[in-house]
Each structure stands twice: as structure tokens, then as C-alpha cells.
Design a protein around this ligand. Structure first.
Ligand SMILES: Nc1nc2c(ncn2[C@@H]2O[C@H](COP(=O)(O)OP(=O)(O)O)[C@@H](O)[C@H]2O)c(=O)[nH]1
Ligand SMILES: [Mg+2]
Length: 322
């Protein structure tokens, strides 16, 4: 799919036209090569957003909490973008039905943009589409970007690692299954939330989490919330503000940003090289295949030879270009 952009699209984007933003994100999501040129055309120095990740099991109340946090930020006069990531959903573009209901109270507010990213259409996986989408949102001029993602798989953990602060949301009633929560989730949390505190067992869940966090590398505050009623939301945002200020002061913010940009840079460069390599290997495979097939050679020997030949060819090409 090739969606073209032009000067009009660029100036609409820079003017703050959200339809231009939506079109730009669709291009990135589709893996359109034009998106590279578009991002290059939209380069803006010094435009930085604060990135908050919200993760946790499905149904924990992440979207409800996200909407409440966004509401407070909007009331402060901030420009807010919500990126809802659901790898299990085939829907992309607008918000999916359930989320639309959760976001109902704030949808339509000026200075707010809501976008869902599903599994369909995102070439090379969701986690690869997120960094350039975030760059687009930063360049559009949002102050805060909240990324919601289901915390169940590696791809989601990757996404969560691409933000400044991570909020892990859980609910009471998981009981002793708290240990069954992905162990890694305790390490990535900057703020822990036990939502649905109107349900039985919230106290118990908080104690269990605090116990588990004792073994962690840093101090992580734990809050009880009732997201549907907005209870505890201000405290969570306070903790996030504090965490952000601390990171600003001690350089951790710069370190995290550097880490995520490097990671995205490596991933993108690697995807380009690996595409070339795959084509190259396919073209040479017929020559090596009989040896592998018959057992005269093996995949390691042959794989290494192909990789070395590819590198040698690449070096030769570059010498010629220089
Ligand atoms: N009782 C109760 N229900 C809640 C609370 N927060 C969210 N819910 C409900 O839990 C369901 C899932 O919420 P949602 O925000 O979509 O969860 P997500 O899947 O983590 O994004 C919805 O029906 C919400 O209305 C809460 O604090 N208490
Ligand atoms: Mg949700």
C-alpha cells in the first residue's frame, strides 16, 4: 500500500490538523516506505513529550484509568495523546468499541488524540511500529503520551520499555496467583496500582505486591484505585509527576530516552539488513542446497559461509561507493 504525502499534508500536520496526524500514523503502521520520508520532513528539534506506559492483565481497568489520568492532564491544559495497543485485536485506526465506551467521557475534547493499534497491518510487529508512531506524536506537539498495552507477552513488555514511566495495574482476587504474574513485571514497574479497590481483597493484594516489590531494585509506590469512580487517580498522577521530576534531576530520563532510541534505531537498521540478507540467501541457496540436503554440509557451516560472503560483498560495495 502506498499512501502518498505532499507539502499540503506536511503543513496540515505542522498546523495541528489531527486528520493529517492520523494519516501519517496509518502510513507508519502499514510499513509504507513513504513514512520514512514523511518523518524526515517532519523533523523538529527539541520537541519532547512525556511518555507514560500503562500495562497489566486484560480487564484490570487500564483503559478506564488511562481515561481518568488523561482527564486530569487535559484539565491542566496539556495536550494529550492516548495510544491503545492491543496485539490480539485485528482493529486499527479508531478506538475499538469497548475502549470507545471507556473513553466516552473525554472523547471529543480538544487537545486530545486517541488511537488504537491492533495486530493487523503493522508490518514487522507492533513493537516496531510504536517508536516511529511515538515520534510522530512528539512532533505533533503532545505534552503527554499514554501508551496502554496488555501485559502478557514479550512484545508488550518491549513496548512498555519504550516509555519514561511504567504503571502496572492489577486487581484484587488474583489471590496467591500474584506470583504467577510475569516476574518481569515487578522489575519494569515505576508505580503499582491495585485497581477495583471496591472489591474484596484489595488490602491483601496491596500487601502481597509490597512484599514482592521489597526484593526489587528500587522503591516503587503502590496505590489502590477505583478507576470507574476516579478514586485514587490523583495520587497515581502525583506519583508519576514525582517520578518524572526525580528522573529529570538525576539524569535517568536522558538515559531511558537514549536507551529507547538506540533500541529502535538498531531494530530498524537490523530489519533493513535482514531483508537484504534474506533475498541474498534465497538467491544463493540452490547452489548450497544439495550439500545441506544430502548431509555433506550442515546449516551452521553453510549459514556462516553465506553470512561471511554477504558481509564481504557489502564491504566491497561500500568501498566502491566511498
Ligand atoms: N468494580 C470496578 N470495575 C472497574 C474498575 N475499573 C474498571 N472497571 C471495569 O472493568 C472492566 C474493564 O475495564 P477496562 O478499563 O476496559 O480494562 P482494560 O482491559 O485493562 O483496559 C470495565 O467494565 C470497567 O468498567 C473499578 O475500579 N472497579
Ligand atoms: Mg483496555
Amino acid at each position: 500500500m502506498h499512501t502518498h504525502f505532499n507539502d499540503e499534508h506536511i503543513s496540515a500536520f505542522l498546523r495541528g490538523d489531527m486528520r493529517a496526524l492520523a494519516r501519517a500514523i496509518s502510513m507508519v503502521e502499514a510499513g509504507d516506505v513513504q513514512a520514512e520520508h514523511l518523518l524526515a520532513a517532519l523533523t523538529r528539534e527539541g520537541q519532547r513529550a512525556r511518555l507514560i506506559g500503562i500495562t497489566g492483565p486484560p480487564g484490570a481497568g487500564k483503559s478506564t484509568l488511562t481515561a481518568k489520568l488523561a482527564e486530569v492532564l487535559l484539565d491542566r491544559g496539556e495536550r494529550v495523546a492516548l495510544l491503545l495497543i492491543d496485539p490480539s485485536s485485528p482493529f486499527t485506526g479508531g478506538a475499538i468499541l469497548g475502549d470507545r465506551i471507556r473513553m466516552h467521557a473525554i472523547s471529543g475534547r480538544p487537545r486530545l488524540y486517541i488511537r488504537s493499534l491492533g495486530s493487523r497491518g503493522s508490518l514487522g510487529g507492533l513493537s516496531r511500529a510504536v517508536p516511529p508512531v511515538v515520534q510522530l506524536l512528539e512532533r505533533f506537539g503532545f505534552d503527554t503520551i499514554i501508551i496502554e498495552t496488555v501485559g502478557t507477552g514479550q512484545a508488550e513488555t518491549d513496548v512498555v520499555e519504550t516509555v519514561d514511566s511504567v504503571v502496572v495495574v492489577t486487581v484484587p482476587g488474583l489471590g496467591d496467583d500474584i506470583q504467577a504474574m510475569k516476574a518481569g513485571i515487578f522489575e519494569i514497574a515505576d508505580v503499582f496500582v491495585v485497581n477495583k479497590a471496591d472489591r474484596e481483597g484489595a488490602e491483601h493484594a496491596m500487601r502481597q505486591i509490597e512484599e514482592a516489590l521489597k526484593f526489587g531494585p528500587r522503591e516503587v509506590p503502590v496505590f489502590a484505585t477505583i478507576a470507574t469512580a476516579g478514586v485514587g487517580v490523583a495520587a497515581v498522577l502525583n506519583a508519576l509527576d514525582e517520578h518524572y521530576q526525580t528522573m529529570l534531576a538525576d539524569g535517568e530520563l536522558t538515559r531511558r530516552r537514549e536507551r529507547r532510541l538506540r533500541k529502535a534505531l538498531h531494530a530498524y537498521a537490523a530489519s533493513i539488513v535482514s531483508g537484504h540478507l534474506a533475498t541474498w540467501v534465497e538467491a544463493r541457496l540452490p547452489r548450497h542446497w544439495p550439500d545441506i540436503e544430502s548431509g555433506r554440509s550442515d546449516i551452521y557451516t553453510c549459514g556462516r559461509r553465506l553470512a561471511e560472503e554477504f558481509q564481504a560483498k557489502d564491504v566491497k560495495n561500500h568501498v566502491r561507493e566511498d
